[in-house]
Design a protein around this ligand. Structure first.
Ligand SMILES: *Cc1c(COP(=O)(O)O)cnc(C)c1O
Length: 427
């Protein structure tokens, strides 16, 4: 092992440090394997139940009428996530698009959308119209209200109750923390929140942004009352193989509207050619529980390494996990850059390029990003990024296999160690 890691530029000191950290993680990794085993069986059962066959991979062109592969895949998602219906399409270009479809399909002029969990993901600000944008919900006369979380990250039930009124049509709950410092919510917590909302107004539609959360727990938000769950296929459920796409799973009536919004009123779910991507969507979904487990192990490994070295890590080394994202406050630009260079150098694709901080639209400081992925922009593959400002936090996620995530983390540590930015003697 030392020999092959040496070939990858990882020194015995760094490798040894990693191995000592790993010794303490055996129990947690066993727990993750058990969740993956359960979710693998869940996906397998959904595929068997819906009689997935070789014909499903054939794809279609043009209008995409009678596309068996597309129809069966949607049934597989619905079975697996225990919903009445599903819309799983390569025509959904990303997670933001899937969320925009779910929102704009089920809200009309005069309705109000409520986020009881504080600010939503950055890209949703334009969708909702929090930041003015052409074609936002606001432009169509859909209002928006938000209730902040309490200081300890819990739900502010009192103010949520006050915010629900006759116009409140939909509630949006983001499971993962995104780029915020709040905790990610467990499926159980989301269930409690939905039950509370429904106790005040039973016909409110509860939508969950499920990005990065799929297959991290035994249950999904659709098992605890969510009317719709929404996500991206270049994150967890695509298993690293899906080249594009998004999903919306939920109640038939809401999914019907999503299909009309995605294609056109009157057309709905009957159209949409699947081209040549069906095999990847099926195979990716089949692998997704294992891939998510590998990414989760990587996140926990990183948290334990960097916490041991004295950095603040979110979630911390022992907390239970509800998504695959890990944040580490590295404190200086040099460390942030070294971390990202290490992740890039560990990639199977573009390992020879050096990431550099640059000004990106929508950010008020330079940002550095590391990714060398088979699917462009895929964040279920090993990737890291962070804005060059205090507290110089890096957000790290993915890894198609645990072994690759491990190499990536060791390599990030190697770069910092070589540049004298961390001391491995502290432990
Ligand atoms: C990734 C993500 C989205 C959607 O992002 P896209 O880049 O459009 O796929 C939305 N919400 C959360 C919490 C996410 O992590």
């Amino acid at each position: 092992m030392g020999y092959i890691y040496g070939m990858l530029g990882i020194s015995p000191q760094v490798e040894g440090f990693g191995e000592r950290i790993l010794e303490g993680l055996k129990e947690r990794f066993t727990e993750i394997d058990q969740i993956a085993e359960y979710n693998q069986a869940k996906v397998l059962r959904a595929m068997q139940e819906n009689r997935v066959s070789a014909e499903c991979f054939a794809g279609s062109t043009g209008y995409g009428y009678n596309d068996q592969g597309r129809e069966v895949l949607e049934k597989v998602y619905a079975s697996c996530f225990h919903t009445e219906a599903a819309l799983v399409r390569p025509q959904i270009v990303c997670g933001t698009h899937a969320l925009a479809v779910a929102l704009s399909a089920n809200l009309v002029t005069g309705d109000e959308l409520l986020s009881p969990v504080g600010k939503p993901y950055d890209t949703l600000e334009e969708v909702i119209g929090i930041r003015p944008s052409p074609c936002s919900l606001a432009e169509y006369g859909i209002t928006y209200r938000q209730v902040e979380l309490l200081e300890d990250g819990s739900f502010d039930y009192e103010n949520i109750k006050k915010a629900i009124h006759s116009k409140t049509k939909m509630v949006t709950i983001q499971r993962s923390k995104g780029y915020q410092m709040r905790p990610t919510f467990s499926v159980e917590q989301i269930g409690d929140l939905i039950a509370f909302v429904k106790s005040i107004k039973p016909d409110v539609i509860c939508m969950v942004d499920n990005c990065y959360g799929e297959f991290v727990e035994l249950q999904e938000p659709s098992d605890v009352g969510a009317d719709m769950i929404v996500g991206s296929l270049i994150k967890n459920p695509g298993g690293g193989l899906a080249p594009v796409g998004g999903y919306i799973c939920g109640k038939q009536a809401y999914i019907d509207r999503c299909a009309y919004r995605l294609s056109a009123p009157g057309l709905g779910q009957e159209v949409g050619a699947s081209l040549d991507v069906m095999r990847s969507l099926y195979q990716g979904f089949f692998l997704a529980p294992t891939v998510a487990a590998g990414a989760l192990k990587g996140a926990i490994f990183a948290a334990n390494i960097y916490e041991k070295l004295g950095f603040r890590v979110i979630p911390n080394s022992t907390e239970s996990r509800h998504d695959i994202i890990q944040a580490v406050e590295l404190g200086t630009a040099e460390r942030l850059i070294a971390f990202c260079e290490g992740i890039q150098a560990a990639a199977p694709v573009d390992s020879y390029v050096v990431p550099e901080p640059y000004a990106m639209p929508g950010y008020n400081s330079d940002v550095i990003m590391a990714a060398g992925a088979f699917i462009q922009g895929s964040s279920i593959e090993l990737s890291a990024d962070g804005p060059l400002r205090e507290p110089y936090s890096v957000y790290f996620q993915g890894g198609l296999t645990w072994y690759h995530a491990k190499v990536g983390i060791l390599k990030s540590l190697q770069y910092m160690y070589e540049r004298g930015l961390v001391s491995l003697h502290e432990v």
